[in-house]
Design a protein around this ligand. Structure first.
Ligand code: DLL
Length: 432
């Protein structure tokens, strides 16, 4: 099933023509209305007129998350706040996170896009959709909520947590579609099994996952345990939220909504654009956003693009499942953990140095996080009770500030940065 057959099945020339028109208009708008882009373009002596074809976009400068933070909160909005009807922010970094705004038109487009995502995952007006993303500043819940309503499905806005209640509602309200991170779906599946609930007694038919990588092995395990069909769905808050790309029934890459976003793949080191099919970092330019347009935004997600036709009939390019990130952010059970957050926590705790190593692993399908932290000379030889208190304090702050459970292991001073070699701050053993 295809939600918007007209726009999801355009011929390649039509897509490129539409992109070119929308790109010209976006570049004009940001040049006129966003001081950041005017300064950048002027410095490079480049203007919106430069664009003769979509490939010319490569001449324009990249936008980074740091640029957004420096413009905190509204510095990169292209319209006055009076036109903005919704504000969200990206997950992660405390304090100066990145803020994103939507006009009425932006919200309409967003609902259309998430309706595409949900339809591609099999959702129809007959579905009962349980949304377990957090309702709040995070884009996941609200984004998919309005798409599901647009389709005409019955939406249960559960939000996160309280697995017992989630399972109860799933049984009693006869949920047919679960919208969640894959990590939470797995947790629910295990809970249901532990409680002796027969998955066959549930009405659940499909899972729409997103917000973090869902490796094939994980998808298979969830599908088998919950007896559902699951799709992987990608999005980035700064760019829109969910509704950037989504798998169809063939599950062979995620169709990226090219009538709203132009994707490019760059080499994260040289920053050069790479040819189709090559793995690299995904860069996205928004084409229809009014409040907060972005030109060549570095997502930091590693993937590749496949322009070959798909058996589903959609002509939109497919991006491979995200293979990893080109920075140090790791996602633990759907929660994005920024090294800067960990550093900020360690700076607040007496007795430790802000020198650490984060180790992500997967044990029996579940993400785990270990945080090795160097203690300073003063407490190194202190009694065990004091060291235990320090670990407990860091673990508590991780839970409260970052929203993630981790095991802290205190290590001897200077042990993480032996000699000249700079120890990697983040080790992700799940990639194996
Ligand atoms: O995670 C938006 C979203 C919500 C997408 C719900 C899908 C469903 P952020 O919090 O800004 O936004 O995080 C964006 O999450 O750059 C990826 O690293 C990661 N990510 C999101 N979806 C996927 C996915 C939302 N399907 C960051 N596979 C992105 C792999 C994903 N990584």
């Amino acid at each position: 099933m295809i939600w918007d057959r007209r726009n999801e099945c355009l011929a390649r020339e039509e897509i490129e023509q539409l992109q070119l028109e929308r790109l010209q208009s976006t570049l004009n708008r940001v040049y006129r209305n966003v001081a950041f882009y005017k300064k950048r373009f002027d410095r490079l002596k480049i203007g919106p007129d430069e664009i003769q074809n979509v490939q010319n976009l490569a001449h324009f400068p990249l936008t980074m998350k740091e640029d957004l933070r420096e413009s905190y909160p509204y510095g990169m909005f292209a319209l006055p706040l009076r036109e903005v009807v919704r504000i969200h922010s990206s997950s992660g970094v405390t304090g100066k996170s990145t803020v994103t705004g939507y006009t009425k038109n932006d919200l309409q487009h967003w609902s259309q896009l998430t309706a595409r995502v949900l339809t591609a995952g099999g959702v129809t007006k007959d579905d009962v959709v349980q949304i377990t993303f957090k309702y709040g500043l995070f884009t996941g819940a609200f984004g998919l909520h309005y798409g599901a309503e647009l389709i005409g499905a019955s939406v249960i806005p559960m939000s996160t947590g309280n697995t017992r209640k989630q399972a109860l509602i799933m049984q009693d309200y006869k949920t047919t579609a679960l919208v969640s991170t894959p990590a939470y779906a797995l947790l629910l599946a295990r809970y249901i099994e532990k409680e002796g609930i027969n998955p066959q007694s549930l009405s659940l038919k499909r899972g729409l996952f997103g917000g973090e990588p869902c490796p094939e092995s994980m998808r298979k395990e969830i599908e088998e345990r919950l007896l559902i069909n699951a799709t992987d769905n990608y999005g980035v808050s700064e760019v829109m939220g969910p509704g950037v790309s989504a798998e169809c029934e063939h599950k062979n890459g995620l169709h990226l909504y090219e009538d709203h976003f132009i994707p490019e793949i760059i080499d994260p080191q040289t920053l050069r654009v790479l040819p189709p099919g090559t793995e690299g970092e995904l860069v996205l330019t928004t084409l229809t956003k009014e409040a907060f347009p972005l030109v060549r935004y570095r997502t930091r997600d590693i993937t590749s693009l496949d322009y070959a036709p798909c058996a589903c009939g959609r002509t939109l390019v497919r991006m491979k499942k995200v293979l990893g990130r080109s920075d140090d952010i790791i996602i633990i059970k759907g929660v994005k953990v920024f090294p800067s957050q960990v550093e900020a926590i360690l700076l607040e705790v007496e007795g430790v140095e802000p020198r650490y190593q984060m180790i992500a692993d997967r044990v029996e399908g579940m993400d785990t996080l270990e945080l090795k932290v160097e203690v300073n000379e003063k407490v190194f030889s202190d009694e065990i009770k004091i060291l235990q208190n320090i670990s407990a304090e860091i673990e508590r702050k991780l839970r409260e500030i970052v929203g993630v459970s981790g095991k802290v292991k205190l290590v001897a001073p200077e042990s993480l940065q032996p000699g000249e070699a700079k120890a990697a701050k983040v080790i992700d053993r799940r990639k194996k």
